[in-house]
Write a protein that binds this ligand. Structure first.
Ligand code: C2E
Ligand code: CA
Ligand code: CA
Ligand code: CA
Length: 275
């Protein structure tokens, strides 16, 4: 009989899933090329001064119905297909443009945070691209923060480390996203030039539960000892904000303050905000 092909163990459901994935990737590429994608911005609030200190850029795919419009669904597919390299660069370009546009307004953010995926590091020219985009918008490196996950910090540690060192040299800040949910060891993180730990929403959610409170306390304590700032993500209630401030967390981001919004809406939001 014929040799059993490896893919023969794939079930019809898996095959349908593969077809579905490629269909979403095709539509995503089309949306990107047709300039349909948007970048929205979510304010980050200094817990002590209550001033807006930053904003996170988040990709949006408007018009799509159903759950594929969630970045949590389409970003992994963009990574898998490599499309994230071009898209991520576009997000950075847009974010710098937005930052520049806001900079003349009162209460404008000090920096914009952009999510960066592993394939962007793998190109080997991320540092060069960041430099070019900053130069294009005539912005200092300090205007930009890059959010990377713990898994990026672990994958190709040497390549990532040298890129991050180069970024630090031009003043770009580095935040570890979803801190505490990945599989990196403190030893691996220690080797990297990091400025900020983003405390994952899951810890913020039940901060009142004994254990979560302890984890937040531990992460904030670690950050303080290392001279890093902390951003709590997914802050939804005043109570959480107060607890976080009490525990020494420096910055908060979440629906309690504002949802991600288009640039025009953020402008209005900034203008109606009292000092
Ligand atoms: P993330 O980086 O952890 O981003 C935070 C997510 O939490 C965002 O989801 C944001 O809209 C949401 N969020 C913020 N505050 C709250 C809150 O108070 N409550 C709740 N329930 N959610 C809140 P979003 O926009 O759906 O993005 C999901 C993920 O997709 C992001 O997670 C990030 O990993 C990825 N992503 C989004 N935009 C980009 C991008 O431009 N590049 C890359 N590489 N990844 C991106
Ligand atoms: Ca993020
Ligand atoms: Ca996050
Ligand atoms: Ca998260």
């Amino acid at each position: 009989s014929k040799p059993h092909p490896r893919w023969a163990s794939f079930s019809p459901a898996m095959e349908a899933n593969t077809r579905w994935r490629h269909e979403v990737i095709r539509q995503l590429r089309l949306a990107f090329q047709s300039n349909i994608l948007q970048v929205w911005y979510q304010p980050q609030i200094d817990l002590n001064t209550k001033a807006i200190c930053g904003m996170e850029a988040l990709l949006r795919w408007p018009g799509e119905v159903g759950f594929i419009q969630s970045p949590a669904v389409f970003i992994p597919l963009a990574e898998y297909s490599g499309l994230i390299v071009e898209m991520g660069e576009w997000v950075m370009d847009e974010s710098c443009r937005a930052y520049k546009e806001l900079s003349s307004l009162p209460h404008s953010p000090e920096r914009v945070a952009v999510n960066v995926s592993m394939p962007q590091f793998r190109t080997g020219n991320l540092l060069e691209r960041v430099r070019a985009i900053l130069a294009k918008h005539d912005l200092p490196g300090s205007a930009l923060e890059l959010e990377i996950t713990e898994s990026i910090a672990m994958d190709e540690p040497e390549n990532v480390r040298s890129t991050l060192l180069g970024l630090r040299e031009i003043g770009v800040q580095i935040a570890i996203d979803d801190f505490g949910t990945g599989y990196s060891s403190l030893g691996q993180l220690r080797a990297l030039p990091i400025d900020c730990l983003k405390i994952d929403k899951s810890f913020v959610d039940d901060i009142d539960a004994d254990k979560s409170g302890l984890y937040v306390e531990m992460i904030v304590g670690l950050a303080q000892r290392l001279g890093l700032s902390t951003v709590a993500e997914g802050v939804e209630t005043q109570r959480q904000a107060e607890r976080l401030q009490h525990l020494g967390c420096t910055i908060a981001q979440g629906y309690f303050y504002a949802k991600p919004m288009p640039l025009a809406t953020l402008k209005e939001w900034l203008m109606t905000r009292q000092a």
